[in-house]
Design a protein around this ligand. Structure first.
Ligand code: NAD
Ligand code: TYD
Length: 337
């Protein structure tokens, strides 16, 4: 089988490519990535000489290039996106372009090239915000209610993917997952930012009251869920993928990191809150469990320890990432805090 993976040099995409070659060494993978600030080919250095792997440097918004990359492809796994909420607040333009227009261009090329499966990787953020005092969880029937430029752009892309299935019978599946963490995550997201800041002797910034809740999912569990959806998922269906069974506020996530790394709460600082900050996300993943037999295999605490270890043993990776353009962004984001 030949797969086209978009955004394969990013956090989840690179974990997915490494996972896929372990499970399906006979398959061929083309990785189409623009190498934005978030794309890093170092993530894939262990497979760069694998003859089954090839890299196509380019933009999913370029129809001719996308059409070429789609030739003889059986399955598309679409990760490429601008993915960070805070950046979408500072400048929504690339989010609208890549996440909406880029997905549309991929869908047209997939139809033209008669791919057998188009899997779209999306987010639970399309469903908006749950309240702190409810026990509600998102499920596949929850109405869309995106509240940031990022989540609105992902919601638009989900609608386009479904429209191509309903209208043109493109064989699609969608997964909406919660916040991932694990190796190779760009240190702008909470967990790698906290770990690397502590290693650099900096404080961990906590937005607002810190009582925001995310449903943390270890990236390897996520890769396994996508694997199952590709093998056994039904065309046209959406599957929600989450990791936790209990609510853990950000402040407690940070306390766990402090504990694993031997720091105390003096290493945190409260900073200005994010505008429109979604209070709580929580996922009911019973559909993918009942229909495809998936459930997360990693406990949060164990996976967090492994993630801390990974950042400790891969200092060069994140030091490299934390230089240059990222520093400028960091300054803009936190200087007024
Ligand atoms: P990431 O930001 O780490 O990586 C995105 C990748 O896409 C990068 O390699 C980047 O170079 C590439 N890219 C960006 N614009 C492109 C373009 N126009 N053309 C080609 N390549 C382009 O993102 P991630 O965290 O790995 O997320 C992957 C997918 O999973 C995204 O679609 C995101 O919305 C979704 N998702 C992520 C999370 C999470 O917690 N990280 C949670 C839910 C859903
Ligand atoms: P983030 O990792 O940016 O993911 P998302 O916004 O997609 O959920 O943020 C996770 C949570 O952590 C969110 O509630 C915002 C909060 N947060 C902080 O408190 N401090 C930080 O420095 C960052 C980056 C996030």
């Amino acid at each position: 089988m030949k797969l086209l993976v978009t955004g394969g040099a990013g956090f989840i995409g690179s974990n997915f490519i490494l996972y896929w070659f372990q499970k399906h060494p006979e398959d061929q993978i083309v990785n189409l990535d623009k190498l934005t600030y978030a794309g890093n080919l170092e993530n894939l250095s262990s497979i760069k000489d694998n003859p089954k792997y090839s890299f196509a440097h380019g933009d999913i918004c370029d129809p001719a290039l996308v059409d070429k990359a789609m030739k003889d492809v059986d399955t598309v796994v679409h990760f490429a996106a601008d993915s960070h909420v805070d950046r979408s607040i500072l400048d929504p333009d690339p989010f609208i372009k890549t996440n909406i227009e880029g997905t549309y261009i991929l869908l047209k090329a997939a139809l033209k090239n008669k791919v057998k499966k188009f899997h779209h990787v999306s987010t639970d953020e399309v469903f908006g915000s749950l309240s702190l005092d409810s026990k509600d969880k998102f499920n596949e029937k929850t109405p869309y209610d995106p509240r940031s430029p990022y989540s609105a752009s992902k919601a638009s892309s989900d609608h386009l993917v479904r429209a191509f299935h309903e209208t043109y019978e493109l064989p699609i599946t969608i997964s909406n997952c919660s916040n991932n963490f694990g190796p190779y995550q760009f240190p702008e997201k909470l967990i790698p930012l906290a770990i690397t800041n502590l290693m650099e002797g900096k404080k961990v910034p906590i937005y607002g009251d810190g009582l925001y809740i995310r449903d943390w999912l270890y990236v390897e569990d996520h890769c396994e869920a996508i694997n199952l959806v590709l093998q056994k998922g039904k065309n046209g269906e959406t599957y929600l993928v989450g990791g936790l069974t209990q609510d853990i506020p950000n402040i407690d996530i940070v306390k766990k990191i402090l504990q694993v790394m031997g720091h105390d709460e003096s290493s945190t600082e409260q900073v200005k809150d994010r505008p429109g900050h979604d209070r709580r996300y929580s996922i009911d993943w019973s559909k993918i469990k009942n229909e495809l037999g998936w459930e997360p295999k990693h406990s949060f605490d164990q996976a967090l320890k492994e993630t801390v270890d990974w950042y400790k043993t891969n200092k060069n990776w994140w030091k490299h990432v934390k230089s240059g353009e990222y520093r400028e962004y960091y300054k803009k984001q936190y200087d007024n805090a």
